[in-house]
Ligand binder design. Structure first.
Ligand code: NAD
Ligand code: LMR
Length: 332
């Protein structure tokens, strides 16, 4: 019997990531090739015409799984009945703007969209925040949508996780699907800590630790980390635009694993509400290693954290604590 369609909201759908993401969702990349979807696309009035254009293209592409499209500038219409919300919409930093100016615009957007989701989304709606500052936008959304369970509100660090796997795969000249269990700790920013201490590579003679195969701790503790931390900036420099296809693809990975489960023995990175695991302050949205089963994530416990890593986990937590304070000062 055919499955009931799932309603997926994409905010900022007329933007770059939106344009890459909606066809992936409509093709089943996010929820599976047997899962019909109804797309809800939200943008703001200046982008309304472009949004209509995206809707026309979705119709023209004749996706078999796509059972309907709502394209709107009305946040209530966009949020009504959605099972999954991918929050990509936001205000980009413009010339002459301070970090606080961008933070102030975005946290007010996430505060008001939190209320719309809380009132109108389907019960148990799963939320993924992509728009920057992703962790802090997600935290504001969580705080202003108190009836949505905290475990349903996450942010995207899967792109950073995939970037870490990609760097190891290039370095060892192995296929990226043979590399697993890297970890992104903390903020989706340049203070994030890409950690390969528990990462492994599948080889003909079994799984081997990345450190044993790379045999270059200086690279792993130095250039590898900075390359992953700075990858977003490197893409902006090269494209004159921020990452879009990799962000969209990683957003699909994030939701697919959350809904359908992570493979046995594999963990992924997700920005989730901290419960104090690994002595990360509770009450931040912080990226942890997680496994997913039956539509729920849980933090992988018991990993050894050496002194080098501890400092890096704390540094990115400090930045998130400062961002949280700044966000609240913008809202007061
Ligand atoms: P973009 O500027 O091309 O698109 C953003 C869209 O959001 C625009 O169409 C804009 O009109 C819309 N928008 C603005 N305010 C809105 C509101 N209140 N409601 C709904 N829509 C609104 O930007 P993009 O390249 O698609 O990037 C989107 C966001 O994702 C940015 O904040 C970017 O920094 C972030 N990003 C995050 C990651 C990550 O890994 N977490 C990676 C790449 C980009
Ligand atoms: C990325 O990681 O590619 C983006 O978050 C970069 C950015 O600043 O938009």
């Amino acid at each position: 019997m055919a499955k009931e369609p799932v309603r997926v909201l994409v905010t900022g759908a007329a933007g770059q990531i939106g344009y890459a993401l909606v066809p992936m969702i409509a093709r089943g990349v996010m929820l599976g090739s047997d899962q019909p979807v109804i797309l809800h696309m939200l943008d703001i009035p200046p982008a309304a015409e472009a949004l209509d254009g995206v809707k026309m293209e979705l119709v023209d592409a004749a996706f078999p799984l796509l059972k309907g499209v709502v394209a709107t500038i009305d946040v209530v219409e966009a949020c009504t009945g959605v099972n999954i919300a991918i929050m990509v919409g936001g205000f980009p930093r413009k010339e002459g703007m301070e970090r606080k100016d961008v933070m102030s615009k975005n946290v007010s957007i996430y505060k008001s969209q939190a209320s719309a989701l809380e009132k109108h989304a389907a019960p148990n709606c799963k939320v993924l925040v992509v728009a920057n500052p992703a962790n802090t936008n997600a935290l504001i959304l969580k705080e202003f949508a108190p009836s949505i369970p905290a475990k349903n509100i996450t942010c995207l660090t899967r792109l950073d996780h995939n970037r870490a796997l990609g760097q190891i795969s290039e370095r060892l000249n192995v296929h990226v699907s043979d590399v697993k269990n890297a970890i992104i700790w903390g903020n989706h920013s340049s203070t994030q800590y890409p950690d390969v201490n528990h990462a492994t590579v599948k080889t003909p003679s079994g799984e081997k630790p990345v450190r044993e195969l790379v045999k270059d701790d200086a690279w792993l503790n130095g250039e590898f980390i900075t390359t992953v931390q700075q990858r977003g900036a490197a893409i902006i420099k090269a494209r004159k635009l921020s990452s879009a296809l990799s962000a969209a693809s990683s957003a699909c990975d994030h939701i697919r694993d959350w809904v359908l489960g992570t493979p046995q023995g594999t963990w992924v990175s997700m920005g989730v509400y901290s419960d104090g695991s690994y002595n990360v302050p509770a009450g931040l949205i912080y990226s942890f290693p997680v496994i997913c089963k039956n539509g729920e994530w849980s933090i992988v416990q018991g990993l050894n954290i050496d002194e080098f890593s501890r400092k890096k986990l704390d540094l990115t937590a400090e930045e998130l604590t400062e961002e949280k304070a700044l966000a609240y000062s913008c809202l007061s």
